[in-house]
Design a protein around this ligand. Structure first.
Ligand SMILES: [Zn+2]
Length: 153
């Protein structure tokens, strides 16, 4: 009975030690992963702060692309039928699925181009914010999982 008790005690003890060692390793890995997750979260927040500057800007945004259009006018004896196409700067954009085009007076070209480039930047930032939003939620879920503990555990 005594020796049985001794073996039992030994098994219990080694089981206990094993649990402690295992938990320590697990905790170390968890702490390292948590630290990595926090650092990634900080990176994403810093990126948000940086890219949202475009959104906090005050300049006007013009939807569309500015480019030079070369075309024939359709008059039968025009110079454009002999290869000299009419060139003009235009803004194109889509509205309710329809392509729109606007000829730009030359004195407005630079300004509209700048505003349309700012619009593109704004839209790119918006797309990235959507991605970061998803990434942050994944990070929060992983951090929650690592920090959770059973009550009285
Ligand atoms: Zn012509």
């Amino acid at each position: 009975m005594h020796s049985f008790g001794g073996i039992y005690f030994f098994v219990l003890t080694s089981g206990y030690l094993y649990v402690i060692i295992y938990n320590r390793m697990q905790n170390k890995r968890d702490r390292e992963e948590l630290s990595h997750l926090r650092s990634t979260l900080r990176d994403r927040l810093a990126e948000l702060r940086r890219i949202l500057k475009v959104v906090f800007g005050r300049s006007a945004l013009v939807k569309g692309n500015v480019y030079e259009l070369a075309r024939k006018c359709g008059k039968p004896n025009c110079i454009c039928t002999r290869g000299q196409l009419h060139r003009s700067m235009v803004l194109t954009w889509s509205e309710k699925g329809k392509g729109r085009l606007l000829s730009l007076p030359s004195k407005r070209v630079a300004e509209v181009k700048r505003k349309s480039e700012e619009y593109l930047r704004f839209r790119r930032v918006r797309a990235r914010v959507t991605e970061i939003h998803g990434e942050i939620l994944v990070l929060l879920d992983r951090i929650e999982r690592l920090r959770r503990e059973e009550p009285l555990g």
